[in-house]
Design a protein around this ligand. Structure first.
Ligand code: HEM
Length: 483
């Protein structure tokens, strides 16, 4: 089903705009109630679902945490968006200002990034945005020659570690956890491919680098995330009530900074010589790209992919057949070229990104008054300065666009009709049919993220006839038998 919809903002189209339903409640109490609903009583998905149902609208007002008491100057009021049509406003640089709102109204201090306001926090109207985006895209272009071999070498190490854990009976019925081996793989391959710096050159970085990044990410993100590892009252008190200081992770950040300065000199030089950056800004931008965008993104996304494939035996059989047939045409080699001939693998990857968008929330501040258009031309008046907050997990299950929206349909994006749906897949902060550019805020690595995920699936089926997962552990890896 492919309805046509107007862009999120149209000049003088169709019905007159309506006021946005919902509200912010009384000062202090309203934000506090929404915060408790979001983290404790409902959880993020239910929080958006209930309000959309209550107001019978996919655009509504709500408060987004963190708030009260120690997030001084953080305005929690947002216009929430949970449909694919209105969501497109967030991708339009003429409508929204993306300055300092990567994770919402709360903006972690730039002391987490060595004092540099890195590219992802910059708006397209800031000249530095063009510079840092071009730098990121340049690094990606340069890495394309080594990306696939480095990734596959990392996967090889990861699977060897998991196989040996399984053989040793570690975890017994629980199987062998893939979380740490996967993060090791991601960390090493990204350092080598993106920053041309090999962690093996520094023992401390090689051993602890990924854990430093986990802590660094955690301290920035925890105030905005539901964790669920400790009782909710404690979580509210200890994790969601105040920003964490960067000093807690400064020694680790400095270690990674010095590592890049010394071993990633080639990539730093690209920033300095070709893009006119200072050494410091180039290094802080590489660290953010590598640690937040890439390491953070893959650490969330690839487990979802493994889990989804690992729990569906019928899908695995179809994927294995497709992978093996495509590899036969490419001398058995997994790489950028061979995964191009695997439409079901690619569609499965897109479907995982649709069902579990790794970055669930997108934010942008209205540059001017405009009419936000939803499906059927329904319009809402947005005032300059208001914060838009798109919740992807619901927008990506928009029944106006996707048949059986709540179901995982692995071949949803196969064939001409399936591919036409890609313009509604927004995981990269833009439609899957869009192109990242200096003038927009779409993920610089949009294409290579999908290809990397396809390579992971292909490599699993190149090596194994079958495998199974339980939670975040492999419980069975059945080695390929000669056919
Ligand atoms: C699964 C992995 C990834 C996911 C889910 C992801 C997702 C995203 C999203 C949602 C944004 C937009 C954030 C916003 O402004 O609201 C973004 C921006 C960006 N991503 Fe990715 N990303 C991933 C991997 C990568 C990798 C591997 C790189 C590069 C090595 C990268 C580089 C960037 C850059 C440079 C931006 C900023 C774009 C700009 O400021 O215009 N990302 N990414």
């Amino acid at each position: 089903m492919l309805p046509s919809f107007s862009p999120a903002a149209t000049a003088a189209a169709t019905p007159p705009p309506k006021p946005i339903p919902g509200g912010y409640g009384a000062p202090v109490l309203g934000p506090l109630r929404d915060r408790l609903d979001y983290f404790w009583f409902q959880g993020p998905e239910e929080f958006f679902r209930r309000r959309a149902a209550q107001y019978r609208s996919t655009v509504f007002r709500a408060n987004i945490p963190p708030t009260f008491p120690f997030f001084v100057g953080v305005n929690p009021r947002v216009v929430a968006i949970v449909d694919t049509a209105a969501f497109t406003a967030l991708f339009d640089p003429e409508l929204v200002d993306k300055r300092d709102c990567l994770i919402g109204p709360y903006n972690p201090s730039d002391s987490f990034t060595g004092g540099t306001r890195v590219g992802v926090y910059l708006d397209t109207e800031e000249p530095e945005h063009e510079r840092t985006k071009a730098f990121a895209m340049d690094l990606l272009r340069r890495s394309s020659r080594v990306w696939a071999p480095e990734f596959l070498e990392g996967v090889d190490g990861m699977l060897a570690a998991i196989e040996s854990d399984l053989d040793a009976g570690k975890g017994k019925e629980g199987g062998a956890s893939f979380l740490v081996p996967l993060q090791k793989c991601i960390f090493r391959f990204l350092c080598r491919a993106v920053a041309s710096a090999d962690p093996a050159a520094e023992d401390l970085v090689d051993r602890y680098g990924l854990f430093i990044l986990d802590v660094w990410l955690g301290l920035q993100l925890v105030p905005t995330q539901k964790i669920g590892a400790i009782p909710p009252p404690l979580e509210e008190l200890l994790l969601h009530s105040f920003p964490f200081p960067s000093i807690l992770v400064k020694p680790g950040y400095d270690l990674l900074y010095r590592f890049l300065e010394k071993h990633g000199a080639e990539s730093v030089g690209v920033g300095v010589k070709d893009h006119g950056m200072t050494d410091k800004d180039a290094i802080n931008n590489i660290l953010f790209l590598l640690g937040f965008n890439a390491f953070g993104g893959f650490s969330v996304f690839l487990p979802f992919l493994i889990l989804q494939v690992g729990k569906d035996a019928a899908l695995r059989a179809r994927l294995r057949d497709e992978v093996r047939a495509a590899l036969e045409r490419h001398a058995g080699e997994v790489g950028f070229a061979s995964v191009r001939g695997m439409p079901l693998v690619r569609s499965t990857v897109y479907e995982v990104l649709r069902m579990n968008p790794p970055v669930p929330l997108q934010f942008g501040r209205a540059r001017r008054d405009f009419v936000l258009r939803s499906h059927g031309g329904e319009g809402f008046s947005v005032a300059a300065g208001e914060m838009l907050c798109g919740y992807q997990p619901l927008a990506m299950r928009d029944p106006e666009v996707f048949d059986r929206p709540e179901e995982f349909v692995a071949d949803r994006f196969v064939g001409a009709e399936g591919e036409a749906l890609l313009r509604y897949v927004y995981w990269s902060n833009g439609p899957e049919t869009g192109e990242p550019a200096a003038g927009n805020k779409q993920c610089a690595a949009k294409e290579v993220v999908v290809v990397t995920a396809c390579m992971l699936v292909a490599e699993l089926f190149r090596r194994y006839d079958d495998f199974e997962c339980d939670g975040t552990a492999f419980t069975r890896l059945q080695k390929r038998q000669p056919s």
